[in-house]
Ligand binder design. Structure first.
Ligand SMILES: Cc1ncc(C[n+]2csc(CCOP(=O)(O)OP(=O)(O)O)c2C)c(N)n1
Length: 324
């Protein structure tokens, strides 16, 4: 089982991701922020468990529904909020926005809106690590729908052939946009696809922190030791629509409510208390601290200026060029 340090750190990360999502949704609703937002509420366990098994210098590549992946990896909260708001103090000076959170200093190498594109990019990073011997592991996060894109299959094949230090983490939340899993995917378990590419594949309850932690740790250790890639299919559910503001009319009645009743956050919180891993005061102090950090991040973001128009020509090429 995970050590106590990891158990508490997973809780801290889950609390951050859950509360960050709540803060974002209420801020957008209030009109203080205007942005496309793809909530990952309900899916907190996956990045929390994966991240506690990673080192700071390891890499992640994630998707539009990946703000939780970036924050769990350690992207700085204030700069992330400034980026969401499109401000100069953001991780990409406000030029990336919510769909492109990037912060190499914390290993967040890319957030992409192109479904399926994290896997080949992760391969490139992992190949660089293999060639340089830097010992890094790269995580490619993606959704169940992305596993039907050609790039998924190409990337798994190459990663296995070259034994790249990469872990493919699929958050199977049951839907791709508004399409139910069974209407778009011709196999019952995405992890079975790993066999076609001669790599280990595992399906895990992505809402169970202990199981998710064990699966992530094994795959990350294997990658770091030169054993090559793993495909992890983490079963989960997203509590809200594909994008903020859409409805759930494509779900069967009561489906969402049934999943919300099994919210992994209070379940894990109660488990920690019941098994004497933490006291109520300790957990409450973590939550209070995060609430303060989130308010500070919001104020920081709103106080930061928008980028100057000249910024549009900067950071475009590795070597800066003067615009004609
Ligand atoms: C290449 C490509 N095709 C289609 C889209 C439109 N699109 C945006 S999100 C999405 C669904 C992806 O679902 P999934 O991979 O399961 O991730 P989830 O949104 O459930 O986290 C689609 C088809 C896109 N962004 N990129």
């Amino acid at each position: 089982m995970a050590e106590k340090r990891d158990l508490i750190e997973m809780f801290r990360k889950m609390a951050l991701l859950k509360m960050n999502d709540e803060k974002l949704r209420s801020t957008i609703k209030s009109g203080r922020l205007s942005m496309p937002y793809y909530s990952s509420r309900g899916q907190e366990v996956i990045p929390a468990a994966v991240s506690v098994c990673l080192r700071k210098e390891d890499y992640i590549c994630t998707i539009y529904r990946g703000i939780h992946d970036s924050l769990a990896k350690g992207a700085p909260l204030k700069q992330v909020w400034a980026e969401l708001a499109g401000r100069i103090d953001g991780t990409c000076k406000g030029k990336g926005g919510p769909m492109h959170i990037t912060h190499p200093a914390s290993g967040v190498m890319i957030t992409t809106g192109i479904v399926g594109s994290t896997m080949p990019i992760a391969n490139g990073l992992a190949w660089a690590s293999q060639l340089s011997g830097d010992g890094r592991v790269t995580i490619a996060y993606f959704g169940d729908g992305a596993s039907n894109i050609g790039a998924f299959h190409e990337a798994l094949n190459l990663a296995s052939l070259w034994k790249l230090p990469v872990v493919f983490v699929c958050s199977n939340n049951g839907y791709a946009e508004h399409t139910k899993y069974s209407s778009g995917t011709a196999i019952d378990r995405i992890s079975k696809r790993a066999e076609s590419y001669s790599m280990p594949g595992v399906t895990v309850d992505g809402n169970d922190p202990l199981l998710m932690h064990a699966a992530a740790r094994e795959a990350i250790e294997r990658a770091r030791e030169g054993g090559g890639p793993t495909l992890i299919e983490a079963i989960t559910f997203r509590f809200y629509g594909h994008v903020f503001g859409d409805d759930d009319s494509y779900m069967s009645p009561g489906e969402r409510a049934a999943h919300m009743e099994k919210d992994p956050y209070p379940i894990y919180r109660n488990w920690l208390l019941a098994n004497n891993h933490a006291t109520e005061n300790e957990l409450a102090a973590i939550e209070t601290g995060i609430a303060a950090e989130l308010e500070e991040a919001l104020q920081f973001a709103l106080a930061s200026p928008y980028p100057d128009a000249a910024e549009i020509y900067r950071d475009v090429f590795q070597h800066e060029v003067e615009a004609a």
